[in-house]
Ligand binder design. Structure first.
Ligand code: UDP
Length: 239
């Protein structure tokens, strides 16, 4: 599938049109940003690793009945995906309290939650991606109550699947962010990516952080951490 024109460039990925109207090519970059784009760097090989990691995770979710935009992996940095209209929402689940929630509510990072915590943020760089609830999302006018219900149910199911999947490779899924989109026929499906850029992943035995916090917090060895996640996933889930 030949790429044609770049139609979107985000912080970590690009989207291209191609020969087919209903699909696009998603390309993973090595660029890393944090704190709403204030901190920037290149992480060698990150794009290729995230492409492979996300491929494995989307395959596994698909096998368990989750509808996604993923069609196939084209090469080390590119995937073919169905074209969707992305909802401007960051859908977050937390199993262990960390990051912005630990800070905002002054809860010690690492405190387990008795049930998964479901959060929505409005994707808007100018506003700094504010935390919102479902009523706010509807007031913004880009989503219906039924679509929100589908997103919440699907997200909680994805959380359970990802928890077990990572558990098998000795990793605790602390939290993650996913994005959803809408096909032309109105079906709401999982889009974007799932990778160490968008999840907090802690080694079950050592507690070592194997995710983007190594970059955000200057912990070093970022590429090694992403490689470690890929190696462990690849060993168990090479289908
Ligand atoms: N996250 C993300 N993109 C964002 C914000 C958050 O992928 O723009 C992910 C982040 O990697 C973590 C989860 O969502 O796995 C929860 O992030 P949090 O709200 O704690 O924000 P952060 O600490 O990244 O500011």
């Amino acid at each position: 599938m030949e790429k044609k024109q770049m139609i979107y460039e985000g912080k970590a990925k690009q989207l291209y049109t191609c020969d087919r109207d209903d699909v696009y090519v998603m390309r993973f970059k090595d660029d890393a940003t944090a704190f709403n784009g204030i901190k920037k760097a290149q992480i060698t090989n990150k794009g290729a690793l995230n492409n492979q990691i996300s491929t494995i995770l989307f395959h596994q979710l698909h096998r368990h009945g989750i509808k996604t935009h993923y069609i196939e992996t084209l090469n080390d940095r590119e995937q073919l995906c169905y074209k969707v209209e992305i909802f401007p929402l960051e859908v977050i689940v937390r199993n262990i309290i960390a990051g912005s929630m630990a800070k905002r509510l002054d809860i010690e990072e690492g405190t387990p939650s008795s049930k998964p915590i479901y959060e929505l943020c409005y994707k808007n760089d100018e506003l700094g991606d504010p935390l919102i609830n479902e009523d706010h999302a509807m007031a913004l006018g880009f989503i219906t109550e039924v679509e929100l219900r589908t997103i919440k149910e699907t997200t909680l199911a994805i959380n359970q699947l990802l928890i077990s999947l990572f558990d098998r490779i000795g990793i605790t899924l602390v939290d993650f962010k996913i994005e959803f989109g809408k096909l032309p026929d109105g079906t709401v499906i999982l889009a974007d990516e799932i990778s160490p850029d968008s999840c907090r992943l802690w080694d079950k035995i050592t507690g070592k952080k194997l995710d983007k916090d190594r970059f955000r917090r200057d912990l070093g060895n970022v590429e090694d951490a992403y490689q470690e996640i890929f190696n462990r996933l690849h060993e168990v889930y090479h289908d």
